[in-house]
Design a protein around this ligand. Structure first.
Ligand SMILES: *Cc1c(COP(=O)(O)O)cnc(C)c1O
Length: 433
């Protein structure tokens, strides 16, 4: 399979180059040349397949030529000892994406990416060094995904004192091939340091550097898997499901569109955002206008300039996007009210991101003329509610931690603190590696 840059169709790369490169040299994002179709026999047996089997069938055409079947089989087996159950809750179903080690859906992408990087780098003498800046969640998923993976070392930069204690343990509690750097500054400082590191001649001579942020195609492709699996289980006969997707950078939703294009029984999408509603506004007005992000209680979606929009626009026109999805945005007050009401009515605890998805689905159903019976809707629950205890517990009471988070809490944090200065970071990296 070939990939091309969203900014230049002639800028073609194999999967291996696109994955290890991250961004295209022209600053664009890599997209697949074609979106492959799943064999009809696979679509027909989805309901009976294990998650790892579905992962194998979904990912295989995207990595053909670069990852042999036997290797891919091992990668998905080791990446996914957990799955994504589709649970009926009240009038909807919830696709639970929080059963991985860091209790958020980013585990699906990070764990695959780590293993595929290790394979693609086999036989290299120098380890691959991954630099990643995080405001909290991504760093934990990347650190956990790459922990113990041979031939790869990871340095996570996070803003000192601005992540939760649990997040810090996820980032800085693993040790081994993962190192953590607390930067005296903001997330933006961390991100700037990573960018400066990539441009630093001295570093680039010594290290094979790459990043693991969400625009990497190797994190996106495996996210199509839970849509294929969930749709296979949730579709009722000839009636496909609709997916409500809590969105920030729109990587998750882009992966859903790939899954639908591949033939998963998905009718369409609800693009659910908080007040950072750049994409819902675009779908409504046809004008794409990025803006500074606003802080909300669903903070993993506080994005005013969604990085994956460039991919959406490369594949689909405005009219096509309007036919595929409905954009709905939700306020913090509505999010809190939804967590409270769904808990009271069903006993189910949503996290703030999933609650945005649920509320958007409700709005979408009432806005549409009442169709009987209503189409099946799956709400993507992108994180475990215990990760956002400070918001959820005042509304519904104590939320027990899942075992993976319980375990993370027992870890010892070990990180170094640096000022937001590139030469200090460079010195640290040279000493460590
Ligand atoms: C990252 C994240 C999102 C947003 O996903 P995108 O792919 O950026 O749209 C939603 N919910 C949670 C919990 C996340 O961590």
């Amino acid at each position: 399979m070939n990939y091309y840059s969203t900014r230049n169709k002639t800028e073609k790369r194999r999967f291996a180059q696109a994955a290890l490169g991250g961004l295209a040299p022209d600053g664009g994002l890599y997209v697949p040349e074609t979106i492959p179709a799943l064999p009809a026999s696979v679509v027909a047996s989805l309901a009976a397949m294990t998650f790892a089997e579905t992962a194998f069938e979904t990912v295989r055409p995207f990595v053909r030529g670069d990852v042999p079947d036997a290797v891919l089989g091992d990668i998905v087996q080791s990446a996914y000892p957990f799955d994504a159950p589709l649970v009926p809750v009240g009038r909807f179903s919830v696709l639970e994406l929080f059963h991985g080690p860091t209790a958020a859906f980013k585990d699906f992408g990070a764990r695959f990416m780590a293993r595929v990087f290790s394979y693609l780098r086999r036989g290299e003498d120098r380890p691959l060094t991954i630099l990643v800046a995080t405001s909290g969640d991504t760093g934990g998923a990347v650190a956990d995904g790459f922990f113990g993976v041979e031939g790869v070392s990871v340095t996570v930069l996070y803003p000192k004192g601005r992540v939760t204690p649990l997040q810090e343990k996820q980032i800085a509690g693993l040790h081994g091939n993962i190192s953590a750097v607390a930067v005296e500054g903001s997330f933006d400082d961390c991100q700037r340091l990573v960018k400066e590191a990539f441009r630093h001649d001295g570093l680039r001579k010594t290290f094979d550097l790459t990043s693991a942020n969400s625009i990497n195609i190797a994190r996106l492709i495996p996210q199509a898997v839970y849509y294929v699996a969930g749709a296979g289980k949730g579709a009722r006969g000839a009636i496909s499901i609709t997916c409500a997707v809590p969105s920030g950078n729109f990587g998750n939703l882009t992966a859903g569109l790939y899954a639908r294009e591949m033939g998963a029984p998905i009718a369409g999408f609800i693009a659910a955002t908080n007040v950072n509603k750049t994409v819902p506004d675009y779908l409504e007005t046809g004008v794409y206008e990025t803006r500074p992000s606003q802080a909300t209680i669903s903070n993993a979606m506080d994005v005013g300039a969604p990085s994956n929009f460039e991919r959406l626009a490369a594949h689909w026109s405005l009219d096509e996007l309007r036919a595929l999805m409905r954009g709905v945005w939700v306020t913090d007050a509505e999010t809190r009210e939804t967590i409270q009401r769904v808990h009271a009515e069903t006993g189910y605890t949503l996290d703030p991101h999933g609650a945005v998805g649920w509320k958007a689905a409700e709005k979408s159903v009432t806005e549409k003329a009442a169709t009987e019976p209503p189409p099946p809707i799956a709400i993507l629950e992108t994180a475990h509610p215990a990760k956002f205890a400070e918001t959820v517990e005042p509304i519904v009471g104590k939320v027990p931690l899942p075992p993976s988070l319980e375990k993370a809490l027992t870890r010892d944090v070990e990180s170094i603190t640096i000022p937001p200065d590139i030469e200090t970071l460079v010195d640290y990296l040279k000493r460590r590696h």
